[in-house]
Design a protein. Structure first.
Length: 469
């Protein structure tokens, strides 16, 4: 299928409403993807006698009430008030309003009625009474008006941005690797027009290529620098830019994965980039003030103070630490996860504070049921899965450092972002005030006590695991 073209300006595309899973290559099993306003699903393709077939009952079940019955020679299918009659080995379908020719013999297999995919589009159109578009090359069926339109525009020069604006919310998964950013649309594919590859008149973001097949599509953006994708406008805009520095202290490679769920891995770190033992993330920031701890104290300010103190204590023990934010920056959860994954540190620590209770709460991720992994890519919502055991072990070591401090400690699991999206050991730490109340959270002595105790635990983690600094 032809792809999009961009002429140094704005161009309009169409995209079928989609949930995205990232895949480095098309799935091995042949299938057809079906997109409608009622449901989105896939149908396995069965090879019979040199032709490709799909089950008719499976094709209609997600769309409405359907029943089927028959004998070894004849099969009847009823969808709503429409009845179809099939004969094994014959291509003619009997139905009210005129018979229909399948173009190839009808097949029964283990009680399933199978029809050739070549005429699936026209057959569904007759049954559903509306427009159905089938693309044999990409193996995608579009039922009704399900398209989401979007525009793409290259803006700015230092640095440039590729801005894609959608007419409806989207939620893709995105991976970066060696100067490329790849968006793979497995379940609901992009429909585009133009050339297979577009070339940008830009030295940094150089080109983008489109490909589709076996029910999926992918756009790969190529650049001379690591790329980062960010969502805004209620997930109606994706902006692709060269990865920004993660702080004023160091440069980092960023990556992003999507919430719909999807799959992503951090890009390999350039050997010239600094390596860190710990990534320390001060919760909230910018417009996100966090909790109001008192009429004068907001969470984002206190978390930053704790993060800076923890960085100081970690480095005082001969380990390296990177701050995700070292000012009042507004950083999304996906950006935080991208920075942590790209740093390839041994541990990620997210700092929060609360005015309720006393002591310190440690959290590790509570993961949802995983989507299947595809190739070397992981489901974004469960990227923590392979590191969860290490996260729990590291949490126990750090929590034990509070043993002699008389500070209460609890260890918990919770479905917290961005913990679920982190590919290394990941911990969230919530600090409650000392006995004097919320104002005690601003005490430099209390901050130093908590940070020092955590850093001692991190040093024990490094010693026991042999993690690199």
């Amino acid at each position: 299928m032809a792809v999009f073209a961009l002429l140094l300006g704005t161009v309009t595309f169409s995209i079928i409403s989609f949930n995205l899973l990232l895949s480095g290559a098309p799935p091995a099993e042949n299938h057809i993807a079906v997109f409608s306003n009622v449901a989105t699903y896939s149908l396995p393709v069965v090879a019979i006698g040199g032709g490709d077939y799909v089950g008719l009952l499976e094709a209609l079940e997600p769309l409405g009430p359907v029943t089927a019955n028959g004998d070894p020679k004849h099969w009847k299918l009823r969808y709503n008030h429409i009845e179809l009659g099939f004969t094994v080995g014959k291509s003619r379908v009997q139905m009210k309003g005129g018979d229909f020719d399948l173009g190839a013999p009808f097949v029964m297999q283990n009680g399933r009625g199978l029809a050739p995919i070549s005429t699936l589009g026209p057959l569904l159109s007759r049954v559903l009474g509306g427009p159905v578009t089938f693309s044999p090359a990409s193996r995608r069926i579009f039922i009704g008006n399900v398209a989401i339109h979007f525009t793409a525009q290259v803006v700015g020069a230092a640095p440039p941005s590729l801005v894609i604006s959608f007419s409806g919310p989207v939620n893709p998964m995105i991976a970066t690797d060696a100067g490329t950013l790849r968006m793979t649309f497995t379940h609901e594919p992009i429909v585009a027009s133009g050339t297979q590859t577009l070339t940008f008149n830009n030295k940094i973001i150089t080109s983008a290529a489109y490909q589709d097949g076996n029910g999926s599509a992918a756009i790969t953006v190529t650049a001379g620098a690591p790329l980062f994708a960010n969502f805004s406008g209620d997930h109606k805009t994706i902006t692709i830019t060269p990865a920004p520095p993660v702080s004023t202290q160091a440069q980092g490679t960023l990556m992003h994965g999507a919430t719909a769920g999807a799959s992503a891995l951090a890009a390999p770190v350039n050997p010239a980039q600094p390596q860190y033992f710990a990534v320390i993330d001060a919760g909230h920031g910018g417009a996100d003030r966090g909790a109001a701890l008192s009429p004068q104290i907001v969470e984002k300010d206190v978390t930053l103070a704790f993060a800076r103190q923890l960085q100081h204590e970690v480095e005082a023990r001969g380990l390296t630490a990177l701050l995700v934010r070292n000012d009042d920056s507004d950083i999304s959860l996906d950006q935080r996860a991208g920075m942590a994954n790209a740093a390839h540190a041994s541990i990620y620590i997210c700092i929060h504070v609360t005015s309720q209770g006393t002591g310190v709460n440690f959290y590790t991720a509570l993961l949802p049921a995983p989507n299947p992994a595809h190739g070397s890519f992981l489901d974004w919502d469960t990227a923590q899965a392979s590191s969860l055991t290490r996260s729990q072990a590291f949490t126990a070591i750090v929590a034990n450092s509070f043993g002699n401090s008389k500070i209460p400690v609890r260890t918990l699991s919770a479905p917290l972002r961005p913990l679920n999206n982190i590919t290394t050991a990941a911990i969230a730490i919530e600090v409650a005030p000392p006995a004097g109340g919320a104002t005690g959270l601003e005490s430099s002595e209390y901050q130093q006590l908590i940070a020092s105790t955590i850093a001692t635990g991190l040093a024990a983690v490094h010693e026991e695991t042999g993690s690199s600094p």
